[in-house]
Ligand binder design. Structure first.
Ligand SMILES: [Zn+2]
Length: 235
């Protein structure tokens, strides 16, 4: 049952969207899918560990019949960086790639995802999916997409929630709009303020919305949320 490294890589690569980013765990390498059977190495950390991993990955991936482009690899100095700074820079870099390269999947459309009406997104729950970990254990994970409609060709782009976050930013991620009620994640100072005012609009949500029974996106469960009635402006 166990997948070989080749099968694992093949599986990951084939599911990667065009322009999607692949960062194999613990290797210090950042790849982007750039073609039908082509990936490009965007960045490598300046450690000997990452340099060796780069050679190994090159052999592995080209062995699967994929091209690995390495023309403009950015070498990132991680040796003199603290982990927090590193993390922040990584996020900025991913966001830049997402916002400047991810496009509508319709052939010949080419509208950038960042130009989609992101505030009209719909969170769609597709049920649970089981998958096998490298150690053989099977785990179930909820599968969600954030669907946004292309303003040019009207096709619906189902985005992975993490990818949607890169494109749309925190503000839209922290808001969940149902037809009846809108939730917003609130930071601690606002929680204090609302509690002092004895506001009735503060709630900590579990798995489902207590008013409508809708399933809440996982990242908004168990944290303070403010809820307000959804105003039907768009309808
Ligand atoms: Zn389009």
């Amino acid at each position: 049952m166990e997948q070989t490294p080749e099968e694992l890589a093949e599986d990951l690569l084939s599911r990667l969207r065009m322009g999607g980013i692949w960062e194999p765990a613990g290797m210090g390498l950042t790849y982007m899918r750039t073609g039908e059977k082509e990936i490009e190495l965007m960045a490598q950390e300046n450690t000997s560990h990452a340099a060796q991993a780069r050679i190994r990955m090159g052999i592995l991936v080209s062995g699967l019949g994929w091209q690995v482009k390495e023309d403009k690899v950015q070498i990132n100095d991680v040796v003199n960086q603290d982990p927090f700074q590193r993390h922040m820079e990584e996020m900025v870099r991913r966001q830049e790639i997402a916002q400047t390269t991810w496009k509508c999947q319709t052939p010949d459309c080419g509208c950038l995802l960042v130009a989609f009406p992101l505030e009209e997104r719909k969170w769609v729950f597709h049920g649970e999916e089981e998958y096998q970990l490298p150690d053989g254990n099977v785990v179930a994970e909820e599968r969600w997409t954030v669907d946004v409609t292309c303003p040019i060709c009207d096709s619906v782009a189902p985005m992975d929630p993490y990818e949607f976050g890169l494109i749309a930013g925190d503000e839209l991620m922290n808001e969940f709009v149902l037809p009846e009620v809108t939730y917003n994640a609130v930071e601690r100072p606002r929680v204090i303020e609302l509690t002092d005012k004895r506001s009735n609009n503060l709630i900590i949500s579990g798995t489902v919305c207590p008013f409508t029974g809708a399933t809440m996106p996982p990242h908004l469960r168990g944290i303070p949320l403010m809820f307000t009635a959804t105003t039907g402006e768009e309808e």
